[in-house]
Design a protein around this ligand. Sequence first.
Ligand code: HAM
Length: 416
Amino acid sequence: MMIQKIRGTRDILEMKIINKIINATKKVLHSHCFNEITLPILESADLFKKTLGETTDVISKELFLVKNTHEENDQICLRPEATASTFRSYILNKPIQNPWKVFTYGPMFRYERPQKGRYREFYQLNIELINAKSCLYDIELISVLNKIFKNELKINDFQLEINYLGESHDRKAYKEILKEFIFSSANVPEKIVDLASKNILRIFDLKEEECKKFLSCAPLLTDYLSTESLENWNTIKNMLDILNISYTSNPKLVRGLDYYNNTIFEFTSSHLGSQNAFCGGGRYDDIGYNMGINEKIHSLGAAIGIDRIALILEQINPAELITNKKYGFLVLNEEYNIEALNLISELRNYLPIELYADKNSLKNGLKKADSEKTAGVFILGDNEYKENKLMYKNMNSGEQNLISFSEINAFAKSLL
Ligand code: HAM
């Protein structure tokens, strides 16, 4: 039986949209002085267990562990995300640049139930600012993302939801209040009771109607922030208002990973169905403590879900993404192969040229060019060759031109 691909993985046979996303993102990030880095796909499983939280789905259910026969003590996994790895890299490499503003992209792995927009191997472009304390960096990060999505990728109908988780003492006090609310209420949904003792903030991510209904009058963290946290939260919202960045403040927004504090956010799109977040991130000032670093290293970042953005772009702008402007070159007689190769090589200095060498008749060649939506075809047949000329047929208008070999460069330039 033919060997199948692994469930939740994909063969990506067209990289045009993905490259467009990556290039647009890189362009904006470089203009904000972010550096590109590359990190390993294999990491110690402990790195994620210590930072993402043992009770999160990513750690408790979705980690891809790799059989490690060489270094028995170290459990290795395929990285499920890149924030913990970037922070690890900062600690080990001690870069001079501070804040360390970096990005990386590549595959991440989570053993999730595959569906539209959710894969076991998926692609993220991950952006981090490590050792960045000022809340101006929160604004810098959100505005850079906003710029990528709105100005570069022309996604106009997305939503930005933000929330503020406060410092650990804010959350500690609030969790008690929330517990009190849950355990003093009647008819508490089972899932809420279950999570209340494991990871109480995650109750706000439960999708069941009865849970949502129960939580409709739950106390909200942003109502219980310390004065300092509240000021910071208000400053961030004010700055977003001043910059005209639209957002919804969602006090029930929580993230699936445990390392966050203060600002968190998600960009969502109605083009995506149930997996509607195409970017998520926030601050993780305390992550170092979980890795045994005895100091607070203020940091923040976000990951862009490349696959989900590709799904959005396919829907909002299919024509622009699918049309691939290219030209054809049709050789109608093998005797002219050498001449044809020289001419193609000149044309390719200016235009993307597809060679149609196996189409031995003009009719077949043009049919093929038409089926591939070629913008125009250069034809080298007997009559043309005798006159040291090439025929050019514009496939949209049907117009034909005879071009001397000596004018080929100028003609190619005129098509740009
Ligand atoms: P995350 O919310 O787990 O955050 O993932 C970020 C984005 O990756 C999601 O919004 C989604 O677009 C995409 N994504 C996640 N899982 C899948 C999947 N199974 N299939 C397809 N796309 C997926 C993080 O990973 C954090 N490390 C973000 C961050 C960076 N926080 C601070 N710095």
